[in-house]
Design a protein around this ligand. Structure first.
Ligand code: OKP
Ligand code: ZN
Length: 316
């Protein structure tokens, strides 16, 4: 397996998010990716690559001009130590911008697009995009939930010029941004298994009645499970998700890979063990598709390295 990694992510280092108006430490920290990197470096079958530079025109096609300019300017305006979570371009209070945010979010797009390109070139049948900040809550003109640009969405859109693309989102939270970006498209399928939005973030989207619009009707599938549901229930939901992917007959698979379903995740958790993530991974391998793994959430720092290893070892 090939891994794409860029240390530029370190420039985005938020200290606090606003939770119910109160400044709270942010769990979306640089050591998430650094700990996964250290752990994967122990696996000898991996190849590592730094991302290529993609132009703004290539990388930012899914986002609106005013939103892009807002993020670029606000990020450059802030000085060290300053953070900002209020604007017209945010859907919650969980995406703190600081001086390094633009560079880091932009590099995450390069990382995802380099992964997509490597997959197209046939460098490997599975590529791991080890990026942050995550992306699946970012929509065309908004940030939120630690996300600024939609990395998996950009990769899927890039691949869609060469075939049918299925996005399988296994982060604990619904990827409302990804859903929005592809809601009226039939060439990219979005399938997500996530915690019930009636009581879990992002609250506003992710219900099973949301199935797409216009041409996209039938190409958005939300599968809802409850917090701490455990493997018995989760595995059924996962099988249902895989059936939807298979039925679509994609040429490429993009996995929004969140580790926050892990049982000890501090902000989430489906009650899944490290072995369960291995089972998920071997089922994905059985699909036999060129697969791009794009890192999303996962906040249990002590387990992230083992979770990533488990995914890689069962998919290689
Ligand atoms: C991002 B990703 C926690 C309130 C909600 C936002 C969660 C964003 C998750 N105190 N926090 O999908 O992992
Ligand atoms: Zn999540």
């Amino acid at each position: 397996m090939l891994v794409i990694y860029d240390p530029t992510h370190l420039l985005h280092n938020p200290t606090t998010e606003l939770y119910d108006g109160v400044a709270t430490p942010s769990p979306e920290t640089p050591d998430r990716i650094e700990t996964i990197k250290k752990s994967l470096e122990e696996l000898l079958q991996l190849c590592w690559k730094n991302p290529d530079n993609f132009s703004d025109e290539e990388a930012l096609t899914l986002h609106s001009k005013p939103y892009i300019e807002y993020l670029r300017e606000s990020s450059s305006r802030l000085v060290k130590g300053q953070e900002c979570v209020t604007s017209n371009f945010i859907h919650d209070t969980y995406a703190p911008i600081s001086n390094g945010t633009w560079a880091a979010a932009r590099s995450a797009l390069n990382t995802a697009l380099t992964g997509a390109q490597s997959l197209l070139q046939g460098d490997d049948n599975a590529v791991y995009v080890l990026c942050r900040p995550p992306g699946h809550h970012a929509g065309d003109a908004y940030m939120g939930g630690y996300c600024f640009f939609n990395n998996a969405g950009a990769a899927a859109n890039y691949l869609s010029a060469h075939g049918r693309v299925a996005i399988l989102d296994i982060d604990y939270h619904h990827g409302n941004g990804t859903q929005q970006l592809f809601y009226e498209r039939s060439d990219v399928l979005y399938v997500s298994i996530h915690a019930n939005p009636a009581n879990q973030y992002p609250y506003t989207n992710g219900f099973e009645a949301e199935t797409g619009l216009g041409k996209g009707l039938g190409f958005n599938k939300n599968i809802v499970v409850e917090k701490y549901c455990g493997w018995d229930i989760y595995s059924h939901a996962f099988t249902e998700a895989l059936e939807a992917v298979t039925q679509f007959k994609p040429d490429y698979l993009v996995v929004s890979l969140g580790f926050d379903g892990y049982k000890d995740d501090p902000i989430a958790g489906f009650g899944l063990s490290i072995e369960n993530f291995g089972q998920i991974s071997s089922e994905i391998k059985k699909l036999g598709l060129p697969t791009l793994l794009v890192q999303e959430g996962g906040y249990c720092i002590e387990a992230l390295g083992d979770l990533a290893k488990e995914i890689v070892e069962n998919l290689s």
